[in-house]
Design a binder for this molecule. Structure first.
Ligand code: G3P
Ligand code: CA
Length: 246
């Protein structure tokens, strides 16, 4: 099987624990530390603008409050997505996917883009993220990987931009995983490392799929997973698990 062509150590939500999640500051932090790959979450704001956001509400990571689905992106422009993390990051904006994608291309950061739909907007988010990614990375030497826990989002991404690679996200690996990956035309399976067994890792790789694990913050566990054949890991601990960690 073709070796994993992307970075093996991927920074979670941009800068992991070293920057406010899903922000431009996080992407810059990853780059500064020498990371070549980042993971972040894409969701639709209330006016269907794709933005970087993990939660379904503004409350935890911004100075605003209320559901993302009920807030137009223009009303997020004045919000502070950095103060919850540190004073140093005060005034950090909620980035649009467009701004974040442009920054990744400019910095040469490979992206593992998690399509994170608000409940009920799975297909819309998958389609919008895939179409935007196609434009943002047009002509770039390496294309991003689109992944999601939501099959409907992956199916919509596949229909909108079939040429972009896709990965299926899951907590544990269900018995029907192979049919699921085949149906959605995925190249990779991404699971919670705590649920993975070595024989499952072997089966995924033997079937010709790449295997990623999230969110691994212990260097010793990374070593074990790599021994099992895991292709890449996503980490919060950019300080403990450097980009060249093996
Ligand atoms: O990409 C996998 C990982 O990010 C999933 O967990 O909750 O951080 O989006 P979460
Ligand atoms: Ca994520």
């Amino acid at each position: 099987m073709k070796p994993w062509p992307y970075p093996r150590i991927i920074a979670h939500r941009g800068g992991g624990t070293l920057a406010p999640e899903n922000t431009l500051a996080g992407l810059r932090k990853a780059k500064t530390l020498g990371f070549a790959g980042v993971e972040f979450d894409v969701m639709l704001a209330g006016d269907a603008t794709p933005i970087l956001m993990h939660d379904q509400t503004l409350d935890r990571t911004t100075s605003g409050s209320g559901p993302i689905a009920a807030t137009a992106y223009r009303d997020m422009l004045t919000l502070d997505a950095g103060s919850w993390f540190s004073r140093e990051h005060a005034g950090e904006p909620v980035p649009s996917f467009e701004r974040a994608g442009r920054l990744c291309v400019e910095l040469g950061l490979w992206a593992d883009i998690e399509i994170k739909p608000v409940k009920g907007f799975e297909a819309e988010t998958g389609k919008a993220a895939a179409l935007a990614a196609r434009e943002l990375w047009r002509g770039a030497p390496v294309q991003p990987l689109l992944c999601s826990f939501q099959p409907a989002a992956l199916a919509a991404a596949q229909q909108a931009a079939p040429e972009l690679p896709r990965g299926a996200l899951t907590r544990d690996i269900p018995p029907e995983w192979k049919q699921w990956l085949q149906k959605l035309g995925c190249v990779s399976l991404h699971c919670d490392y705590r649920m993975l067994l070595p024989q499952q890792a072997r089966a995924v790789r033997d079937a010709g799929y790449w295997l990623l694990c999230y969110t691994v913050n212990d260097p010793e566990i990374v070593r074990v997973l790599f021994d099992w054949g895991v292709d890449a890991i996503i980490t919060d601990r950019l300080d403990l698990i450097p980009p060249d960690f093996r």
